[in-house]
Write a protein that binds this ligand. Sequence first.
Ligand SMILES: Cc1cc2nc3c(=O)[nH]c(=O)nc-3n(C[C@H](O)[C@H](O)[C@H](O)COP(=O)(O)OP(=O)(O)OC[C@H]3O[C@@H](n4cnc5c(N)ncnc54)[C@H](O)[C@@H]3O)c2cc1C
Length: 385
Amino acid sequence: MGVRVAIVGGGIAGLMMAACLPPERFEVTVYEERPGRWGTGAAIGLWPGALHALASIGVAQHLVDGAIHLDRGLVRDAAGTPLIGMNGIGLRMVTRPQLIEALEAAMPPDVRRVTAAVADPRGLPADIVIGADGVRSAVRQTVFGTDLGPRATPWLALRGMRAGAPLAQHVGEYWGRGDLFGLTPAPGESTYWFVAFRSTLGPQDVEPEEALAQARALMAGPGHAPIVRELLAQADPATTLAQRIFEAPPMARVVRGRVALIGDAAHAMTPNLGRGACEAIVDAHTLASLLSETRRSPAAALAAYERRRLLPGQVLRVASRALMRVAAAERGQPARDALLRRVPAPRGTPGPPLGSRGLARAARSRRPPEVVSGQDSGEDGGNRL
Ligand SMILES: Cc1cc2nc3c(=O)[nH]c(=O)nc-3n(C[C@H](O)[C@H](O)[C@H](O)COP(=O)(O)OP(=O)(O)OC[C@H]3O[C@@H](n4cnc5c(N)ncnc54)[C@H](O)[C@@H]3O)c2cc1C
């Protein structure tokens, strides 16, 4: 009999975990309360670390083939003037359903799928329990502490897709005064857009229509770039995702006894670094690889996982929040923009200079420097929300 692994949560982290465990050694059960909820969904950026992990289960190439390659990120002020950019980011944009489908297809056929909401994982018949149940993790709260619930941030996020690829001169993140807007090209000749701003809506069941009305009102003035207003005006509430942004609490441990947390259950973060799903993928891959090493006992593998992955997740959670504070700064916005305009262009970066003067010059010349070095899209974009 193999090692019995119960995975609570069949999102990105849980599916990746199930896909990485060799079936000849592990008997895997995935408990998911809402299977198939990923039919719709916005785009997601995959960084090289996550692509490397996905390559180990043979899905990276398939995903990359259909992905948009973004090699340059650009931050603009609210009106669209470029402030700062970064080359060589190596990001691949896929849609969330594409990623979920690829993970589903990579799972060994003998993985058991159970549709159930696990309220308390302690009774699960398993040698190892993996909490991959997201920011509201029941596993985290029952096993690690009842005070470790999700933390609501003051920010609301809206996301959507629009048919038609964006013009290169519009791509990037627009950092305003208390708000943030972003747009990138996405697979299928489409545009992925996202907004974040402070709001009292929610925290649960945020109505897209209401949230869109708030975003439109906030960004209605001439201080915001016309493309921002246009995308918000055209957004269809029926296909817009609106939610309060939650974070996981700070965690000093992600392993207790036979239980380990991965993905958002361990380190849900604000989306500013675009790293949540990527870290979930790397967590799962790291833990599965350690468990698969025959020289280690499961307990030793869990301990090694915690040593490797606790700190990166916690640091990124803090860094993402710090970036959100900067990107959606209110009183500090003028100082922030002035400071970013002074950041010198990085040395040795290929293509046009990325300092703000070079970017502004290029924007004026109507040949914006964010035009791509990506191989697939011919276009470029900024960080994900
Ligand atoms: C606006 C926004 C934009 C983002 N953009 C990016 C991006 O570009 N790049 C990136 O890397 N990340 C991004 N992220 C973060 C990314 O979405 C998450 O980090 C990622 O989804 C985490 O995956 P997960 O599997 O850990 O958790 P989840 O996706 O939350 O999956 C958890 C699963 O567990 C199930 N579940 C929950 N509780 C139970 C239970 N008790 N019993 C059974 N099942 C349960 C849920 O139904 C769900 O399917 C973004 C997040 C937001 C909010």
